[in-house]
Design a binder for this molecule. Structure first.
Ligand SMILES: [Cu+2]
Length: 345
């Protein structure tokens, strides 16, 4: 583009403005890790072509409990065996077009929800297939050598067997405990460990929510927040529940960098059992505040059908993904609970 300006003394001034070249207008097409196709005229820096990317289904994770391989010891007690494999080379599309190197227990973030009854012997065959050292550190009561801190498990196939009695009753996190701890946690090496009381809790539609975040630009601030890893997932895919049915949510806060997180429920209040260790709820509320690894059990029922939000009342977190919807449908308490089995024991 060329403009000719005539000055007041009759002198011609020629201004040459930058032009958009044909090459800049040309659309380029890239294939993302998950097979999506992006066309853009903008610059793409170093697109990665990695054949395998992790897929994670928050709806499946929500109600999936891993009770392990069950056998009985000579004294009649129950042994639950688990195999957990750590890896640190996978890529996951944590938000549309945003790819992040996730470190995983059994291929997902969070890792599997491990579940046992108080007093069971839990045996974890841990294999570290990662390129870095990793461990499994369980919150709960166990011998020092089973704490997953000083017994470092080497990369490239290192093994360790964790053995301990399940306890105390409640909901506990497990996570890698290699330094720098923050790095191993934010990449995704964590999961939930539920210890059921010997006398079963009342029947309920049970689910697990891990509150987490991702720092995708490595500035020690989270760019995304979520319940169960994928921002906004349960807003776009509401969790279906029924009226007059007891809902039990095992909630664990694994958000790093931010000192607090919280959980607000709409149109209802819940009974809250901090850490799930007591039979009597400590609060009847619609809001709890949780620091790192703080957790508990929430119990509630909806009387009225409809759509109800649940989200962080720290609005920054909800606007960056930590928000969801319960879609409550009319249901009968008894018929809905009979025959329903959320995870095989
Ligand atoms: Cu680690």
């Amino acid at each position: 583009m060329v403009f000719i300006l005539l000055g007041m003394f009759g002198i011609s001034v020629v201004l040459v403005l930058p032009t958009i070249s044909e090459a800049q207008l040309e659309k380029k097409t890239f294939v993302t890790h998950s097979g999506g196709v992006i066309s853009t005229t903008g610059e793409i820096i170093d697109p990665l072509y990695v054949a395998s990317t992790l897929e994670f289904d928050p709806m499946e994770y929500l109600r999936e409990f891993n009770y392990g391989r069950v056998s009985h010891l000579p004294d009649g007690s129950t042994l639950r065996e688990f195999t957990i494999i750590a890896e640190d080379d996978k890529i996951m599309e944590v938000s549309p077009g945003v790819f992040y190197n996730v470190w995983t227990f059994n291929g997902t973030v969070p890792g599997p929800t491990i579940r046992a009854t108080e007093g069971d012997l839990v045996k974890i065959n841990f294999i570290n297939n990662g390129s870095k050292e990793h461990t499994m550190h369980f919150h709960g009561v166990h011998p020092a050598e089973m704490d997953g801190v000083f017994e470092i498990v080497g990369s490239g196939g290192g093994r360790f067997t964790y053995e301990f009695e399940a306890g105390p009753v409640g909901v506990h996190p497990y996570h890698c405990h290699i330094m720098p701890l923050e790095e191993h946690i934010i990449h995704g090496l964590y999961g939930v460990f539920i210890v059921d009381p010997k006398e079963e809790r009342s029947p309920a539609d049970e689910m697990v929510m891990v509150l987490n975040g991702f720092d995708t630009d490595f500035d020690t601030e989270n760019n995304f927040y979520a319940a169960n890893t994928i921002p906004f997932y349960y807003q776009h895919h509401p969790i279906q529940i029924q009226t007059n049915q007891l809902i039990r949510v095992y909630v664990v806060n694994m958000v790093e960098f931010d000192p607090i997180n919280n959980f607000h429920l709409h149109g209802n209040l819940y009974h809250y059992y901090p850490t799930g260790t007591d039979k009597v709820p400590s609060f009847y509320t619609d809001m709890i505040t949780l620091s790192q690894t703080e957790r508990g059990i929430m119990e509630f029922e909806y009387t009225y059908p409809g759509k109800y939000l649940f989200h962080a009342h720290k609005v920054e977190f909800s606007e960056k993904g930590w928000i969801g919807i319960f879609l409550v449908k009319d249901g009968d308490l008894r018929s809905s609970q009979e025959g329903e089995n959320y995870g095989a024991k």
